[in-house]
Design a protein. Structure first.
Length: 387
């Protein structure tokens, strides 16, 4: 693990632009009616390239002031090797623009729990849980370690060794720091709740998110602060019809995902954006909301990891159908800036305008349908640049 002093120094020098929320230069107007995303929005032409490959279910990222990148890896989800999750620090030592060269990956926290819930719950989908989000705030660097069956641990990485700061009853897979309120907030996707976490780690329920129109669970997946209003923006992934462990596992309602605004004081929830497919992460730059969609459909259910690995299988989620949208919260203009992402889970806005996306969720190495035919499942970080 990295020394506490080094970690804290790196955090304290972070630019505000390094977070998932960058304030607008002019005040926003008050939120009005919900924006609805078109089924087929205009496409952008952002450039993309892989900057890190061969990762074990990469999830949240945190860019540090020295140019390095912390990445949470959820692990491989194998009960024979249950402690494969880790936090790694990526350093572009030779300045070639990627993190794939010898010595450029430095483990900071090893041997963390990793579980494929296909082995524990009747979800019929290849899903790996473990280390999830990374965020900085209040002099802390926090990682979430999520398990839908055991609850979550929130780890302080600015301490050496890293230590458990708080625990939650459900899987807290996304967290954010609210500077104005001096509190942390997290979403719990299986419990469909948003919680507030005090500096001493005590937490309370702020809101329970109601089921969506089709009766499916809301499944809150990501949370950020909207600086001008002080509200929380929460991405609702949308579960399958009948609940997470009912039915075929792929009873997905297309375009039922949404972004909601949550008042952290009252718990009131209003819809901000609707018409999304499985939004899994969000970030805000001024009035532009970046929305990462995990996939366009649930398909090809499986009963076991062995079945998922036996042939070329989607195994619950349509591979290479994820995309990244930009949505102007004032005008509603939406652009699909990149498509054909392989089950992306997290994004990070960098100060120079680049966007990083982690992709490749599931059992590493199994063969999946790719854009050009069968291909191995590989965890990657993709860098996106404006044209």
């Amino acid at each position: 693990m990295f020394a506490a002093s080094a970690a804290f120094t790196a955090w304290s020098c972070l630019s505000a632009a390094c977070s998932r929320t960058i304030e607008p230069s002019t005040p926003r107007t008050e939120p009005g009616a919900a924006l609805e995303v078109a089924a087929d929005p205009p496409r952008g032409s952002w450039q993309r390239r892989v900057v890190a490959s061969g990762l074990m279910n990469p999830r949240g990222m945190l860019d540090l002031a020295d140019g390095s990148l912390l990445v949470a890896e959820a692990g491989i989800g194998d009960p024979e090797r249950p402690l494969t999750g880790q936090i790694v620090r990526l350093v572009d030592a030779n300045r070639d623009g990627d993190f794939d060269d010898p010595g450029e990956r430095q483990p900071n926290l090893r041997d963390q729990p990793s579980v494929n819930i296909l082995r524990k719950l009747a979800v019929n989908r290849d899903e790996v849980f473990g280390l999830a989000d990374l965020e900085a705030g209040d002099g802390m660097i926090v990682a979430t370690l999520a398990d839908p069956t055991l609850g979550s641990k929130l780890l302080r990485l600015d301490r050496a060794p890293a230590e458990v700061w708080a625990t939650t009853r459900d899987n807290a897979n996304s967290i954010t720091w609210h500077e104005r309120r001096r509190r942390w907030y997290a979403v719990q996707s299986f419990a469909n709740t948003v919680i507030e976490i005090a500096p001493d780690g005590a937490n309370r329920n702020v809101a329970s998110i109601a089921s969506l129109e089709g009766g499916q669970h809301a499944v809150p997946a990501s949370i950020i602060v909207e600086p001008q209003s002080g509200a929380l923006l929460v991405a609702l992934f949308s579960g399958q019809l009948g609940g997470d462990t009912a039915g075929s596992g792929v009873d997905f309602v297309k375009r039922s995902g949404r972004i909601v605004r949550l008042d952290p004081e009252t718990g009131a929830v209003t819809t901000a954006v609707k018409g999304l497919n499985a939004p899994t992460d969000i970030a805000l730059h001024g009035d532009t909301l970046f929305v990462l969609e995990f996939c366009s459909d649930f398909r090809d259910p499986v009963k076991s990891v062995a079945e998922a690995s036996s042939s070329v299988r989607h195994a619950g989620f349509e591979r290479y159908s994820g995309r990244l949208l930009t949505i102007d919260l004032e005008s509603g203009k939406t652009v699909a800036i990149v498509e054909q992402l392989d089950l992306p889970t997290h994004l990070r806005l960098l100060p120079d305008g680049r966007v990083l996306v982690t992709e490749g969720m599931g059992t590493p190495g199994r063969t999946i349908p790719g854009p050009s035919g069968p291909t191995p499942l590989v965890g990657r970080i993709v860098e996106l640049r404006r044209p």
